[in-house]
Design a binder for this molecule. Sequence first.
Ligand code: NAD
Ligand code: USQ
Length: 382
Amino acid sequence: MKVIVIGGDGYCGWATALYLSERGFEVGIVDSLIRRHWDLTLGVDTLTPIAPIRQRVERWHELSGRRIDLFIGDITDYPFVQNFMRAFEPEAIVHFGEQRSAPFSMIDREHAVLTQVGNVVGNLNLLFAIKEFNKDIHLVKLGTMGEYGTPNIDIEEGYITIEHNGRSDRLPYPKQPGSFYHLSKVHDSHNIQFVCRIWGLRATDLNQGVVYGVLTDQTAHDEILVNRLDYDQVFGTALNRFCVQAAIGHPLTVYGKGGQTRGFLDIRDTVRCIEIAVSNPAAAGEFRVFNQFTEQFSVYDLAMMVYRVGSSEGMKIDVQHLPNPRVEKEEHYYNAKNTLLRDLGLEPHCLSDSLLDSLMHFAIRYKDRVDKSQIMPTVTWK
Ligand code: NAD
Ligand code: USQ
């Protein structure tokens, strides 16, 4: 099957492109390389030194004998989208190509607009291109668990059945996102659902939790294939940041009490979930939603896990409770469903088994590259 991976130079996209390539899919990567540009403009960098995309793809070809086609351009540019659709003729499009940081989207008006315009317009262009070129193409779109927010009831997979005044309907689950970034994903979901209804397109919206880990079987082959590890206050997720902070002896930056709970998954499960979604396409006209995470933890749970694993490696680790720069509930109910991907064959990894090899060892190995000025949060929600 021919699969285009949009955002294939990024963290999830790079791991996915190599995994699908090894599994026998014909893979094309589309990326504008804007993420590398944003890192430069913010003065931040991945802890692991990542090679330029052409070098990465060439090395993969040398090692595996498999070619990955490369299309460098921005999906908000419709003629560019038409070009790669004509040249590659994909059967599935996996869409990772968006601005994905909540703090980035909250820096100021400019960053909020950039996030929402880029994400929503890029996604809309893909929808129009699918309609123009081949309505059978299956769109596999990366959404986020953060679209739901933290309601005081169980979170279902995309839809909830509501009884109202004696009548009942299965309706899209209510969304209460917590940043302009998370909101952009809600806007995308609405647009995708609409075109499935009116044009009969087929789409899977993967509401993904926080992804962790650097290692996949394919990126482990060679230093040139290594994936990125973001630890700065804008692009670094809490778990990555805690591991890197532990490695350099910086107290772990828990925002508030650390009662905020989220869904998590190993990058090796991300790539497998994409394979499952692509191999089991949605029906024509179907807007399918899967919650893509495997375990739930609070921020404080994460800090304690890093504390335990780091201490067993001889590190001295302190935890620091900082005033929360975000506006979010300190403590809340959180129980999200995640059975649909397991029903299709996902066999999850556990954080307790992966933390050392897939994160902590990378943090220790590259700790001399840490820029300490990028650790404390400066972006605030108010
Ligand atoms: P990333 O920033 O590492 O990668 C995104 C890639 O998309 C980058 O290489 C960037 O250059 C490219 N890109 C962005 N806008 C583009 C455009 N308009 N045209 C072409 N290319 C563009 O992000 P990631 O962590 O790999 O996340 C990938 C996707 O998964 C995002 O949509 C994100 O919202 C979603 N997601 C990520 C996580 C996570 O924990 N990393 C969790 C849930 C959902
Ligand atoms: N947090 C800390 N200390 C830190 C950094 C963060 O306590 O040093 C807290 C935040 O306040 C938040 C929680 O950790 O409560 C999670 O924050 P995060 O930065 O780890 O993750 P988040 O902003 O939710 O975003 C990440 C990805 C995003 C993806 C999302 C999945 O960057 O692309 O969509 O995870 S989800 O959280 O399920 O929406």
